[in-house]
Design a protein. Structure first.
Length: 320
């Protein structure tokens, strides 16, 4: 049985290893995007309350302030507020896509537009579409399909690798949980591939299984249904702290509140895909797992080449 899984692991990894490395390493680069962006644009994301216990303007007042400052060509579609008194509000417009306008919630003054740095834009295009983004949201591209298929097959590579890893003896278990640095490069890379692969597998599986919801509609529908949600449903709630449809067609959301059901499910999948569900600690763990996920195929190529080269050399020696 292990021979079967070893063949699956090898013959899927050989053609897909480089793609897996690209997807994992670019994903690792995106783990701290939000933290780095907010640190570099602190004036856009943070605000000092005018006095202790000061109350922010009402959503209606903020909307009025925004409409006075924004260009007549822009149509306000959403306003995001926060219960954190030191966080700014954000206005979204139909014409600006993901680019949002930061608003001081106490004065209604516009503080500037959010900015995505070119490095992270490139990493996102590489991670999701291999630099071949779809022409519009929801459509397919060759890069998107390749990433989806690679991620799906990566699940089988990880599971087969886990089956191969299972040791037969206690001594073998000890060897497969640590890395030897004194027995040569080949042993070092073998131990690295085996032990770090084991430690990273569970996190890489979570990333792969959640990431597939952005690649295939059928998978997203099945995954949402598994948790009792219908991704095509449109659920609106009007309680404070939740998504609230308005007569002026401006959607008001609260950053740290429970959104509507479909968005909540998407949010949970995003949190488990990026590691943001547990704060900075889980982000660091996910970063390391994604980094190791990018190194594992490279160490696998090295081990495969060494074994193949050794067999070839042995055959040539036998002929001589």
């Amino acid at each position: 049985m292990k021979k079967l899984f070893r063949n699956i692991h090898l013959w899927l990894s050989l053609p897909l290893g480089i793609l897996i490395s690209i997807i994992c390493l670019s994903g690792a680069a995106l783990v701290f995007e939000q933290d780095i962006t907010q640190a570099l644009q602190r004036s856009i994301y943070r605000v000092t309350p005018p006095q202790k216990g000061a109350e922010a303007l009402s959503p209606e007042a903020l909307i009025e302030c925004i409409q006075k400052q924004a260009s007549d060509s822009l149509h306000l579609t959403a306003l995001q507020l926060s219960h954190n008194p030191e966080e700014t509000a954000f206005a979204s417009f139909r014409e600006t896509g993901k680019k949002r306008l930061s608003i001081n919630p106490y004065t209604g003054k516009a503080l500037g537009w959010t900015e995505t740095y070119p490095f992270f834009q490139t990493m996102r295009k590489l991670h999701r579409w291999l630099m071949d983004p779809p022409p519009s949201k929801g459509e397919k591209s060759v890069g998107k399909v390749v990433v989806g298929i690679t991620t799906l097959l990566m699940v089988f590579i990880l599971i087969s690798g886990l089956v191969i890893w299972i040791p037969r003896t206690r001594k073998a278990l000890k060897n497969r949980l640590c890395v030897s640095c004194t027995k040569g490069w080949r042993r070092f890379w073998y131990d690295t591939h085996v032990s770090i692969g084991f430690y990273s597998t569970i996190f890489l599986l979570v990333m792969a299984l959640t990431g597939l919801t952005w690649s295939f509609g059928w998978y997203r529908t099945a995954a949402y249904s598994l948790f009792g949600e219908n991704p095509s449903a449109s659920v609106h709630r009007v309680d404070k702290g939740k998504e609230k449809p308005r007569k002026d067609e401006v959607r008001i959301t609260w950053k740290d509140a429970q959104p509507s059901a479909p968005q909540s499910m998407k949010g949970w999948f995003y949190a488990f895909h990026t590691g943001s569900w547990g704060g900075m600690f889980t982000k660091i763990v996910y970063f390391l797992a994604a980094l190791f996920g990018g190194v594992l195929p490279l160490s696998g190529y090295y081990l495969w080449w060494k074994r193949t080269h050794k067999k070839t050399t042995a055959k040539m020696s036998a002929r001589c």
